[in-house]
Design a protein around this ligand. Structure first.
Ligand code: SF4
Length: 360
C-alpha cells in the first residue's frame, strides 16, 4: 500500500483525540432556565425569519424545539435538501460545521448560522484538502466520490457527494456506467459500499471517532444478556459489528428499521442522540446503546463530542448576535462544490430518497 490514503499519520490521530477531549459542552440547565431560553429563541426565530435545521445526534431539547417551530430534524442528506428548499431568510443549522457549510453552498443568498463554528468532525479533520488533492492527482482515472462529512474545499474536488442514505445507490449507478471510484473519507463505510456493490473503489483511510469505537466483542456479550434483541448498525462502524447487524443503514434508515422491527429490545450502533426520534418511531421498545471498546472507559461513549457542543445557550447567542456564528464559504469554492452536491440531490430526488416538504 503505497498511496497517501493508506498513511494515517499518527500525529493527526493524536490531534483529533486532543480535540475530542477539548470539545466544550454546554452547562446543564434547570427546567426553568431551559424554558426561559426556549421562549426567547422562539421569539427570535420569528423576528429573524429563521428556521432550525437539526441533526438527529444533537441534544433532544434542540430536536424538540425544531419540531415545535416548523424546523426539521433529520440526517445530513435531508437537512441539505430541506434547507435549500425552505423560504426562510436565515437557516440555523444545528450539527457540525460541514453541515453548515453545505447549507451555505446550496443557499449562498441566505444567512446560515450555527450555535458553534467549532463543532468539528473526525472525518473532516482526517481529510485535509491539500492531502486529498494530492491523492486525487495520483488517480486521475477515477471518479471522485466524497462523503458529505468533509470540508467545502474537499467537496470542491469531488465529482459526486454522497451521504450514508444514498451512497449505495449512487455507487451502484456509477458502477453500471463502468466507472472506477476514488472514495473518501470513511474507510468503514467505503468498505461496506464496496462489498455491497462490487464496485472498484480506492479508499481514503478516515474514520468517525464515534462509530469506530463500537465493539463486536462487547456486542456479543450484550446479546447474551438480551438474546431476543435486534441489532441496528450504521455502516461507519467496523466490519465485525456490521456483520452482527439485523439492519444496516443511515440514521433515517435505522429509525425506519426500528419502527418496523418485531423485537421488543433494540441495540443501536450509532450516536445515542438518535434515541429521541427512534423512540418516537418505535414507542414502547427498549433502546440500548451498543457497547464501545473498553466498556466504561471509551473516548466518546456513543455520543459525538462535537454534536454535543450545541445547546440552547449558544443557539440563543447565535440568534441574538450572529457575529462569530455565521458560516462563510469562499465564493469560488461555493461555485465548484455546489456541482457535486446538486448532482447528489437531483439523483436522490429522482430516486425518492428525499421527501422534505418545507413550509414557505
Ligand atoms: S458522529 Fe462521527 S461522523 Fe458524525 S459528526 Fe461526529 S465524528 Fe463526524
Amino acid at each position: 500500500m503505497n498511496d497517501l490514503s493508506t498513511q494515517i499519520p499518527r500525529l493527526r490521530e493524536a490531534v483529533i483525540q486532543r480535540l475530542v477531549a477539548q470539545a466544550p459542552q454546554p452547562a446543564p440547565l434547570t427546567t426553568s432556565e431551559a424554558d426561559a431560553l426556549v421562549t426567547r429563541i422562539k421569539a427570535l426565530l420569528k423576528a429573524k425569519d429563521a428556521v432550525l435545521v437539526v441533526h438527529f445526534y444533537v441534544d433532544a431539547a434542540l430536536q424538540k424545539l425544531a419540531e415545535e417551530t416548523g424546523g426539521r430534524v433529520s440526517d445530513s442528506l435531508d437537512m441539505a435538501d430541506f434547507g435549500s428548499r425552505h423560504a426562510a431568510k436565515t437557516l440555523v443549522v444545528i450539527g457540525v460545521r460541514f453541515m453548515g457549510e453545505t447549507a451555505k453552498i446550496l443557499s449562498p443568498e441566505k444567512t446560515v448560522l450555527m450555535p458553534t463554528l467549532q463543532a468539528e468532525c473526525s472525518l473532516d479533520l482526517g481529510c485535509p484538502a491539500e492531502d486529498f488533492a494530492a491523492f486525487c492527482d495520483q488517480h486521475p482515472d477515477r471518479t471522485v466520490v466524497v462523503y458529505a462529512n468533509t470540508s467545502a474545499a474537499v467537496k470542491a474536488r469531488a465529482d459526486w457527494i454522497v451521504t450514508s442514505s444514498n451512497a449505495l445507490k449512487i455507487v451502484s449507478h456509477l458502477k453500471e456506467q463502468g466507472e472506477k471510484i476514488l472514495w473518501a473519507p470513511d474507510r468503514h463505510l467505503g468498505r461496506y459500499i464496496q462489498e455491497q456493490t462490487g464496485a472498484d473503489m480506492l479508499l481514503w483511510q478516515g474514520e468517525c471517532v464515534v462509530h469506530d469505537e463500537f465493539s463486536a466483542e462487547g456486542l456479543r456479550e450484550l446479546l447474551r444478556e438480551h438474546p431476543d434483541a435486534e441489532v441496528l448498525v450504521h455502516p461507519e462502524s467496523p466490519k465485525a459489528v456490521v456483520q452482527m447487524a439485523h439492519a444496516v443503514g443511515s440514521t433515517s434508515q435505522l429509525i425506519k428499521a426500528a419502527s418496523e422491527s418485531k423485537a421488543d429490545t433494540l441495540i443501536v450502533a450509532t450516536d445515542r442522540g438518535i434515541f429521541y426520534k427512534m423512540q418516537q418511531a418505535a414507542p414502547g421498545k427498549k433502546l440500548i446503546a451498543a457497547p464501545t471498546l473498553n466498556r466504561g472507559t471509551c473516548n466518546v461513549c456513543a455520543h459525538c463530542p462535537w454534536m454535543a457542543m450545541n445547546g440552547l445557550q449558544n443557539l440563543l447567542a447565535a440568534l441574538e448576535n450572529p457575529q462569530g456564528h455565521e458560516v462563510e464559504v469562499d465564493t469560488a469554492i461555493i461555485e465548484r462544490a455546489r456541482l457535486p452536491i446538486e448532482r447528489m440531490l437531483a439523483f436522490s430526488r429522482g430516486q425518492g430518497l428525499v421527501t422534505a416538504q418545507p413550509k414557505d
